[in-house]
Design a protein around this ligand. Structure first.
Ligand code: C2E
Ligand code: MG
Ligand code: MG
Length: 563
């Protein structure tokens, strides 16, 4: 090597190191330029880098090969450097020289070897950063994950551009049906295409990330909201590239217009608010898109709190049974009672509307129902032992029990443990929306009836009542929901009034016992009487009563006529 070549090498080597040192603003063009000049200085014909995930992959020749430059001449390898990373992946760089080129001098070989070593470690580090990025910020299917999302929001906060953005959290609607009907592969394709469409709508300065399953989060410029909401509300997505067949895909979405607050809201907070709005959207069958409001977070906190407190509350006997009498309107006699749950927490009574729907989202409600049945059986046992007059008591069973194949055994175990006559227990079940649900309801109702329990359909007319429900299942009692009972100012010939009369007539003709729920006024009692519905339950007679008050009522035995 002559002095001028040495000088040139020195300059190029320094330029190369400078490029590598400025990692944050890595100048790729300069780097490639330097490497080419170095290759020319050392008369190289080709440079090749190979990447292998494992040593075995290296052996099998299954990796990635990158040709860094190539003069196309016939050549042979002159230097090779291989490194094995700590995670046992392999990187090999090889330099070639044309066959007709002057061979490397010893000094040249030493210098080139140094360059190659530095270079391979630099490539390895870059590669490692890429895999860390992939591992940390993408999920197994290659979608950016929540960490990616939070980092994106962080960068918006840093730039001060957060208030220009809208955040969304969404869940694909009925996506399991797509998987079931068209297969997993098609499902994945639809998923990917929908994701790409949303990413395109969010633009280069927006992101779509997967939280897990079919839950996603997005952030996009406020000006794009309408476009994105259009896609979320429903858009056709290709499910078969060959035929061009498309499926309509939509999502339940929670939207948060990020406010210009000082200090800026935390990224985790933004995600939490959009998520709370999405939960509300999921419960809202009509509007699939719901905007965030403050109440949602407190709702969510309450929900989490209930799930947290429930097991201990059950252990501490915080759940009590209240009894609401069922009355024969002609005699004023108490003919039965419904057991309703009350939660006493820190001296306050929590109404069922606040915790039953929450517990119904998991199977915790089943534990509560069995607990209630046990409390009822304990009371009945005591009434029997004390020689009191007994009335039939109904307990509510959530729909969640329908998938329990041992439900009858569970119920029998409790009732028989207290030696309570089966006919003094009535089980209230509610209607279901699906065919599968209907078949389970039929099975459960038949089994329980065979075991001697009385079974009733609760809240009839409220939800998905079908006449099939009445025809196919051998109910003993029809409990007509209070929304069916005409109010005092309801005109006589109104649809509600007419339907009410016809439902009762139908029940009577079939031989079903019929009871009206939510009777609040004497005028309503008159309506019952006129339509020959003899049984009533409602505030006019009594609210649900604590056990001592109910026992007092029972010992009186009846209400003053018409009260
Ligand atoms: P439900 O089974 O339809 O019970 C009747 C509800 O109507 C009770 O509400 C009762 O207090 C209320 N009610 C009775 N008469 C009147 C009236 O005249 N006017 C009005 N406005 N309301 C009246 P509650 O006790 O708040 O229970 C609400 C629902 O919570 C129940 O509806 C039932 O679905 C559920 N629930 C209560 N306890 C249990 C339980 O132990 N297990 C299960 N699975 N659900 C329960
Ligand atoms: Mg009920
Ligand atoms: Mg009811």
């Amino acid at each position: 090597m002559d002095q001028s070549a040495r000088n040139q090498y020195q300059i190029l080597f320094e330029r190369m190191l400078r490029c590598m040192a400025d990692f944050e603003h890595f100048d790729r063009e300069e780097f490639v330029r330097v490497l080419r000049e170095l290759a020319a200085l050392f008369r190289l014909s080709k440079g090749v880098t190979e990447f292998y995930q494992t040593v075995r992959a290296e052996k099998d020749g299954e990796g990635e090969v990158m040709i860094d430059y190539d003069t196309g001449k016939k050549d042979h390898p002159v230097l090779r450097h291989r490194i094995l990373s700590r995670s046992k992946s392999v990187i090999i760089s090889t330099l070639y020289m044309a066959d007709d080129e002057n061979p490397l001098e010893e000094e040249e070989r030493e210098k080139l070897d140094l360059i190659l070593r530095v270079l391979v470690h630099f490539i390895a580090r870059n590669r490692f950063e890429d895999s860390v990025e992939k591992l940390g910020y993408y999920d197994d299917d290659g979608y950016p994950n929540t960490r990616f999302y939070l980092r994106f929001l962080d960068s918006l906060i840093e730039q001060g551009s957060l208030p220009a953005y809208t955040a969304a959290c969404f869940n694909l609607r009925s996506f399991s049906a797509v998987n079931q009907e068209f297969g997993r592969k098609t499902g994945d394709l639809v998923f990917r295409n929908y994701f790409d469409a949303l990413q395109a709508a969010a633009g280069d300065d927006g992101v779509v990330c997967r939280m897990g399953g079919d839950n996603f989060v997005m952030a996009f410029k406020k000006a794009l909201t309408e476009k994105v909401l259009g896609l979320l509300s429903g858009t056709p997505v290709i499910c078969d590239p060959k035929s061009g067949q498309r499926l309509l895909v939509s999502a339940s979405a929670g939207i948060l217009n990020i406010p210009a607050e000082e200090p800026a809201p935390e990224p985790g907070d933004i995600m939490g608010r959009a998520f709370a709005a999405m939960l509300a959207a999921k419960q809202n069958k009509e509007t699939p898109v719901v905007y965030y409001d403050k109440e949602m977070i407190s709702e969510r906190k309450k929900t989490v709190q209930i799930h947290l407190l429930f097991p201990k509350a059950l252990e501490n006997n915080e759940f009590k049974v209240f009894y609401q009498p069922k009355v024969d309107i002609d005699t004023g006699k108490i003919v039965g009672a419904e057991a309703l749950c009350r939660w006493f927490r820190d001296g306050h009574m929590v109404p069922p509307g606040e915790f039953i729907p929450v517990l119904e989202r998991t199977s915790e409600i089943c534990r509560l129902d069995f607990h209630m049945l046990e409390l009822v059986c304990r009371d009945i046992r005591r009434w029997l032992d004390e020689g009191r007059q007994l009335v039939r008591v109904s307990v509510n069973l959530s729909r969640k029990h329908l998938s329990d194949v041992d439900l009858r055994e569970h119920i029998l175990e409790i009732v028989d443990r207290y030696q309570v006559p089966h006919e003094s227990i009535e089980i209230e079940l509610t209607e279901t929306a699906t065919e599968v649900g209907f078949q389970s309801l039929k099975r459960v109702a038949e089994e329980l009836q065979k075991s001697g329990f009385c079974i009733s359909v609760d809240d009839f007319g409220m939800g998905y009542s079908s006449l099939n429900l009445i025809r196919e299942i051998p109910w003993n009692v029809l409990k007509i929901d209070r929304c069916f009972l005409p109010t005092d100012d309801e005109p006589e010939g109104s649809t509600t009034s007419l339907m009410y009369g016809h439902v009762i007539a139908m029940a009577r003709d079939i031989g079903l016992e019929c009871i009206s729920e939510g009777v609040e006024t004497p005028k309503q009692v008159e309506i019952l009487r006129k339509n020959q519905c003899r049984l009533a339950q409602g505030f006019l007679y009594d609210k649900p009563l604590a056990v001592e008050d109910f026992e007092l009522r029972l010992s009186q035995g009846y209400y003053r006529k018409g009260s």
